[in-house]
Design a protein around this ligand. Structure first.
Ligand code: NAD
Length: 469
C-alpha cells in the first residue's frame, strides 16, 4: 500500500488528526494530517501510474474484479471500523462494504462504445474514448466507502488513476480500504490522503488533477468548482438535497409507515437523498404523524456496534449542534415534537429521533437540509399546493410520491423537480442508473454508463473511406 507517510520530509512529524467515536464522543485513533508536499507527491505518482493503467483495459477488468474480491474478504475488518468512526449500525456498514465491492464489479464489466459515423461524407468518423489522467475524489462522512467507490470505481475502470480524500471525521475505514485495494491494483493507481482542511482545497486546485469528483455540501461544492476552474479540470458535484415525500389521499398509512420512516431515518437521517419533509393530506395528517412518532419512540438507538441498535449517533459534534439548533428554533416558533425534540442524555452524539408537526412551512427545518434524525410532517389541502411546496426549494436531488393508485402516483412524480423520483419508496438506487441532481443538488452525472463516460474524453479520428493519393 502507498503509505500516507511517503513523501514526508525526514525528521518532520506533523501531529495526527484525532478520530472520534461518535457513540462515546471520545478519540479512539488518529490519522495522518498530510501536508501539501505529500499531496504533490501522491499526484505525481498517480500521473506516472496512469501511463501503465490506461494502456490495458483487459488487465484493468481483471484487477478491478480482484479488488472487489479483496474488499469482500476484508468485510470483517472494514465494517466494524466504519461503524466505530461513522456511528452507523454494523449491519449497515457490512452493506456499505458489499456495495463497494459490487460497484467495482459493475464498472469492471463496463466498456465504452466505440462507434463509427458514416454520414455520406468522404470520411468515416471513428469515436473512441480516452481516460483523463489523475482524478481527485473528495467525499463526506455519511457513507465514506460507498461514496468513495462511486467515484473511484468508474474513474479506475475508465483508465484514470485516483487520489481519494475522505472526510477528516471518517478517514480510517477509507485508509484501510486503500490498503485492501492496493493488494489487487498496481502501485499508485489509487492513493488515499487524509488530513484537515485545506487538504481538500489543495487537491481540488491542484494543476495535476484532470477531474475533481466531489460529494458534499453546496457551499463546499461551490468552492471546489471555483478551485478547479484554475486548471480547467472537469468537475462533478453531488451535493445536498431536501427531498420531499408527497403522500396522496389514497395512501395506506399502515402499509407504508415503516418504509417512510426508514427513508427518513436510515443512517440517522444523514443521507443526501433521505426524506427530509413529508407532505400529508390534511385528512390523514394526524394518522401519519402518529404512525411515524410511534416508530421514532420505539426504535432502538445506541452504539452501532451493539447488535440490537437500529439507529446510531449523529456523526460529529458540529452536525449534532446543527440538528439541535434547527429543532429548537422550530419548537420556539410553535412546532410541536410528536416524538423526540432533544439530545439524549449520556455520552456520544445522540439525538432522539424526532417527528415535528405544526411547523411553519418557511421554517429552516423545512427549507434547509437538516441531515439528521428530525422529520417535519406538513399538512396540505390540495395536491397542487403540495407539489408546489415540494418543488419550492433550491435543491433538486430526489423526491417520492406515496399512494395506492400507482398511475396517479407516477403522474404526480413526473411533476417533481429532481433527478430521481420514487413511488412508494425512497432512496433505492440501482448501480446501473444515472444519478444526478438538478438545481443546487449537483453538476454532472454519476452511476451507470453515464458515470463511466463522466471519466472519459471522446477522441475522434476522421479517416478517408479509401486511401487517397
Ligand atoms: P462538506 O462539504 O463539509 O465536506 C465534504 C468533503 O469536502 C470533506 O472531505 C471535506 O473535508 C472536504 N472539504 C471541505 N472544504 C473543502 C474545500 N474548500 N475544498 C475541497 N474539499 C473540501 O460535507 P459534509 O458535511 O462532509 O457532508 C454532508 C453533505 O454532503 C450534505 O450536504 C449532504 O447532502 C452531502 N451529500 C451529498 C450526496 C450526493 O450524492 N448528492 C451524498 C452524500 C452527502
Amino acid at each position: 500500500m502507498p503509505t500516507p507517510e511517503a513523501g514526508r520530509a525526514p525528521g518532520h512529524r506533523v501531529p495526527g488528526l484525532p478520530v472520534i467515536d461518535p457513540a462515546s464522543g471520545e478519540t479512539f485513533d488518529e490519522t495522518p494530517d498530510q501536508q501539501p508536499h505529500e499531496l504533490d507527491d501522491a499526484i505525481d505518482r498517480a500521473r506516472r501510474a496512469w501511463i501503465g493503467w490506461r494502456a490495458d483495459p483487459a488487465a484493468r477488468t481483471i484487477r478491478l474484479n480482484a479488488a472487489a474480491d479483496a474488499v469482500d474478504a476484508a468485510g470483517d475488518d472494514l465494517a466494524p471500523l466504519l461503524t466505530r468512526e461513522q456511528g452507523k449500525p454494523l449491519a449497515e456498514s457490512y452493506a456499505e462494504v458489499a456495495r463497494t465491492a459490487a460497484r467495482l464489479r459493475y464498472f469492471a464489466a463496463l466498456t465504452p462504445h466505440t462507434r463509427t459515423i458514416d454520414d455520406g461524407r468522404p470520411v468515416h468518423s471513428e469515436i473512441r474514448w480516452r481516460s483523463l489522467g489523475p482524478v481527485a475524489a473528495i467525499v463526506p462522512w455519511n457513507f465514506p466507502l460507498q461514496l468513495a467507490s462511486a467515484k473511484f470505481a468508474p474513474a479506475l475502470a475508465a483508465g484514470n488513476t485516483v487520489v481519494l480524500k475522505p472526510s477528516p471525521y471518517t478517514p480510517l475505514a477509507t485508509r484501510l480500504l486503500g490498503a485492501v485495494l492496493a493488494t489487487a491494483l498496481p502501485e499508485d493507481v489509487l492513493t488515499v490522503v487524509t488530513g484537515r482542511e485545506p487538504l481538500g482545497a489543495h487537491l481540488a486546485a491542484h494543476p495535476g488533477i484532470r477531474h475533481v469528483t466531489f460529494t458534499g455540501s453546496v457551499p463546499t461544492g461551490q468552492a471546489v468548482a471555483a478551485a478547479a476552474a484554475a486548471s480547467l479540470a472537469r468537475v462533478t458535484l453531488e451535493l445536498g438535497g431536501n427531498d420531499a415525500a408527497v403522500l396522496l389521499d389514497d395512501v395506506d398509512v399502515d402499509r407504508v409507515a415503516d418504509r417512510l420512516f426508514w427513508a427518513a431515518f436510515r443512517n440517522c437521517g444523514q443521507v443526501c437523498m433521505a426524506v427530509k419533509r413529508v407532505y400529508a393530506p390534511a385528512r390523514l395528517h394526524a394518522e401519519v404523524v402518529e404512525a411515524l412518532a410511534h416508530r421514532a419512540k420505539t426504535v432502538v438507538v445506541g452504539s452501532g456496534l451493539d447488535p440490537e441498535t437500529l439507529l446510531g449517533p449523529v456523526n460529529n459534534a458540529p452536525q449534532l449542534a446543527r440538528v439541535e439548533r434547527l429543532t429548537q428554533r422550530a419548537l420556539a416558533v410553535g412546532a410541536r415534537a410528536a416524538a423526540g425534540g432533544h439530545r439524549l442524555d449520556g455520552p456520544g452524539y445522540f439525538f432522539a429521533p424526532t417527528i415535528l408537526t405544526d411547523v411553519p412551512p418557511d421554517d429552516p427545518v423545512v427549507t434547509k437540509e437538516q441531515f439528521g434524525p428530525v422529520l417535519p410532517v406538513l399538512p396540505y389541502r390540495d395536491l397542487d399546493e403540495a407539489v408546489e411546496a415540494a418543488n419550492d426549494t433550491g435543491f433538486g436531488l430526489g423526491g417520492s410520491v406515496w399512494g395506492t393508485d400507482l398511475d396517479r402516483a407516477a403522474a404526480t412524480a413526473e411533476r417533481l423537480e429532481c433527478g430521481t423520483a420514487w413511488i412508494n419508496h425512497h432512496a433505492e438506487l440501482s448501480l446501473a442508473q444515472p444519478f444526478a441532481g438538478v438545481k443546487d443538488s449537483g453538476v454532472g452525472v454519476a452511476g451507470g454508463p453515464w458515470g463511466l463516460y463522466g471519466n472519459l474524453s471522446p477522441f475522434v479520428v476522421h479517416r478517408p473511406r479509401e486511401e487517397g493519393r
